[in-house]
Design a protein around this ligand. Structure first.
Ligand code: BGC
Length: 415
């Protein structure tokens, strides 16, 4: 009954949107955001006395549903606040959508599937036109996504693919396979594997198996390292090199640390050298650095990879306890998502042309082959990650203003 009312209201809204689409377009298509070119109409701000934008003044309850009033509501569902990046992603997405005149409901799920499902339900009940979702567990949201689709709500999988659902419209991410390739290429160069005569030792600390990205990172790395494992230039003393046996639940720093400590204590007695740890991201790299500091008896500098450019890891790259990170500029991911979201809300089916029209000053590729979620190949916009090392960190991250050091030398990711 309740659902029926919502569906009817939603239909009414869609009809009104169609009739006055030219006017409404300006509700979510105004001030250009960083990285976009061109002048657009002025932002249509909420009228005085109406509910404020953002989750603070808008609890997403049914009482707040305002149908057919020309507003565009975007629900942003993020996995957790523990990892630095999702805090930035949430902030950028919210700001950029609000800059376009959209009303935003932003929620964090504390890494809990049930919380994320109820967050999304409240966004649907709150009149969302578009959902931008980074799943805690990519395969656990099918029913709630079906509900959203049945009400005409558009869905963008943000950074992590939403699995087993034909309700997802688009995927925006970085080239996840390439992330693993960059980590592996760094290891190959740092250990001089191409020309080395002796075998080097490596261990793997991969990501959360319920995150579809984790397998892409792993695959990119393993495909690149496999020739060296096969020709004996790389050895895995623990013999743990499959995806699941090397995975890290919830990308947890503690779990990564504990697993590597067990490996060090079991397979690296004094005299056995560990040359590299392939860590899928920065939270796992932090765990690896702690495990090495606590339990590694060798004196060599172990190569440790990462991904994200979390501030703690930037310090570790500068002090030598982490060798590299794969940097993904989150603002770009948000800019692409907002442009895409805006386009699909207006009833378009964007493709390659979105990239051509946007005139972004960064690389973005439209991909219609690689991201099959089990139900469909999801059209994807993929950005290009870059490798950051002690050698290029100043030029790539500080000179560009992406990170700043304050007068006391403390480092911040710039807003
Ligand atoms: C993201 C990474 C992040 C990891 C842990 C992945 O889906 O692509 O950037 O480090 O999740 O949150």
């Amino acid at each position: 009954m309740y659902d029926g009312i919502i569906i009817t209201m939603k239909k009414t809204k869609l009809i009104i949107i169609t009739i006055i689409s030219a006017l409404i377009l300006s509700a979510c298509s105004s001030t250009p955001v960083a990285g976009e070119i061109g002048t657009e109409p002025a932002v249509q701000k909420p009228a005085a006395g109406e509910a404020p934008t953002g989750s603070a003044g808008y609890d997403g309850s049914a009482a707040n549903v305002r149908e057919g009033d020309g507003r565009t509501v975007v629900g942003i569902s993020m996995p957790d606040r523990l990892l630095e990046r999702w805090n930035h992603d949430g902030t950028f997405l919210k700001e950029h959508f609000e800059d376009k005149g959209c009303e935003v409901i932003l929620k964090y799920a504390n890494n809990l599937i049930d919380t994320q499902i109820s967050d999304i339900r409240s966004m649907i009940d709150g009149g969302a036109d578009l959902l931008v979702i980074t799943a805690v567990d990519g395969a656990a949201l099918s029913s709630i996504l079906d509900k959203a689709k049945s009400q005409g709500i558009k869905i963008i999988a943000y950074d992590r693919l939403l699995m087993n659902s034909d309700a997802v419209d688009y995927y925006v991410s970085y080239d996840n396979y390439k992330v693993g390739v960059l980590q592996a290429e760094y290891i190959i160069a740092a250990l001089g594997l191409k020309n080395s005569k002796d075998s080097k030792n490596i261990e793997f600390v991969t990501g959360d198996p319920v995150d579809n990205n984790a397998r892409f990172f792993y695959q990119g790395a393993v495909d690149t390292l496999l020739p060296y494992i096969e020709n004996g230039k790389l050895t895995v003393p623990s013999n743990q090199q499959g995806f699941y046996e090397t995975s890290t639940a919830q990308w947890s720093t503690d779990i990564a640390q504990q697993r590597l400590q067990i490996i060090l204590n079991s397979y690296y007695p004094e005299g056995v050298k560990l040359d590299a740890v392939l860590c899928a991201n920065d939270s796992t790299a932090l765990g690896a650095a702690r495990a090495l500091a606590a339990d590694y008896t060798g004196r060599n500098n172990v190569v440790v990879t990462g991904q994200d450019g979390d501030v703690a890891n930037i310090y570790n790259i500068l002090n030598g306890s982490q060798s590299m990170t794969v940097y993904k500029q989150l603002k770009q991911e948000s800019v692409v998502t907002v442009a895409l979201g805006k386009d699909i809300i207006s009833g378009n089916s964007p493709s390659e042309s979105l990239i051509e029209q946007s005139g972004w000053d960064f690389e973005c590729n439209f991909n219609t082959t690689d991201y099959n979620n089990g139900k469909k190949v999801v059209p994807s916009y993929l950005l290009r990650p870059i490798a950051i090392t002690a050698d290029n960190i100043q030029k790539e991250l500080f000179d560009t203003g992406l990170y700043v050091r304050n007068s006391s030398g403390l480092i911040y990711a710039a807003k």
